[in-house]
Design a protein around this ligand. Structure first.
Ligand code: PSU
Ligand code: MN
Length: 300
């Protein structure tokens, strides 16, 4: 942990972990570096300490300095899911952490809250490809509350919701009955539960953990209405992106970054604005929940 994060964790002050794959592989340069600062500022504005997570020089790090954020955003980092963490550490490498890997490292240092853009999930065609993100299995066994904007419609959304149910991972809509579809506010599928405030989300999280569940929890917040990607643009980019991935034979962990790149390149900047707005809103909400949790937990 950085000194600041270690001090906050030790004192029981609110901390929000932030994911680095979204910076290294989900947002184009140089916007990713500005986003890194913007997300940390959003967390601070709400009274919590930001802790961006990555592996640098073979050391898992929770809380990065500006120079370390430069490295994460400068290109060339590999994408690390949970299974890759030990490999990267053992070989002394650098890497950006996915939702699964960020959650694992956050939990390891006692930070139960984390904000990102979209979760990984069940890919379309998974019946043949078996491509199901390790994010889902990780959330079933990692006690971290993830604030996100659902999953992208590049995935099989109902199958993703089913796998979260199988993993006993609660899914809460934040002021919505619809599971968000990342660029769009409504994926067309309902959420099982909704909460109206950070205090309610914090109460549910405490209860979930106190009942002995090892699982994490998903708090799904739709992108602000003003920043939603227009339906026509979204559907066109989705069709084109899926065709492009199939044509180029892109598979496995390269699928999501390739599709994101197509959205950013093909929307004239609109998808980037949407993406930045939703991660910022999620960082803010995660910080508000972290503050509510810390307020309700007497210092030991
Ligand atoms: N979905 C997005 N943006 C992202 C990702 C997913 O809308 O940046 C990233 C996250 O880091 C997520 C990872 O944890 O992709 C999932 O990758 P895979 O499907 O290869 O597990
Ligand atoms: Mn995959």
């Amino acid at each position: 942990m950085s000194e600041e994060v270690a001090a906050a964790v030790a004192a029981g002050r609110p901390v929000v972990a932030l994911e680095s794959t979204l910076l290294a592989h989900g947002l184009p340069r140089p916007h990713n570096r500005a986003a890194a600062d913007d997300l940390e500022a959003a967390v601070r504005d709400q009274g919590a300490v930001p802790a961006t997570v990555a592996v640098l020089d073979g050391v898992p790090r929770v809380g990065l300095s500006p120079a370390e954020l430069d490295r994460v955003c400068g290109g060339g980092l590999v994408k690390l899911s949970v299974r890759d963490l030990g490999v990267a550490v053992g070989l002394g490498r650098d890497g950006a952490t996915t939702v699964a890997a960020t959650a694992a490292l956050a939990q390891a240092v006692g930070v139960p809250l984390f904000a990102t853009g979209g979760l990984g999930g069940v890919h379309r065609g998974a019946r043949d490809s078996w491509d199901v993100s390790a994010d889902l299995a990780a959330l079933a066994v990692t006690g971290v509350l993830v604030v996100c904007s659902g999953v992208k419609s590049i995935l099989d959304v109902p199958a993703t919701l089913e796998v979260l149910e199988t993993g006993s991972v609660p899914v809460l809509g934040y002021r919505t009955d619809a599971f968000p579809g990342f660029y769009r506010r409504d994926s067309g599928h309902p959420v099982p539960w909704r909460v109206e405030s950070p205090v309610e989300a914090a109460a549910v999280w405490r209860a979930h953990r106190s009942l002995g569940s090892p699982a994490g929890m998903v708090l799904a917040q739709p992108v602000p209405a003003a920043d939603e990607l227009a339906a026509g643009v979204h559907d066109r980019l989705l069709d084109e992106g899926m065709a492009l991935v199939a044509r180029r034979g892109i598979t496995g962990k390269d699928v999501t970054p390739a599709l994101l790149e197509h959205f950013h390149a093909g929307s004239g900047g609109a998808s980037l604005r949407t993406n930045l707005a939703l991660v910022r809103a999620n960082a803010e909400l995660a910080a508000q929940v972290a503050v509510a949790l810390a307020d309700a937990t007497p210092p030991s």
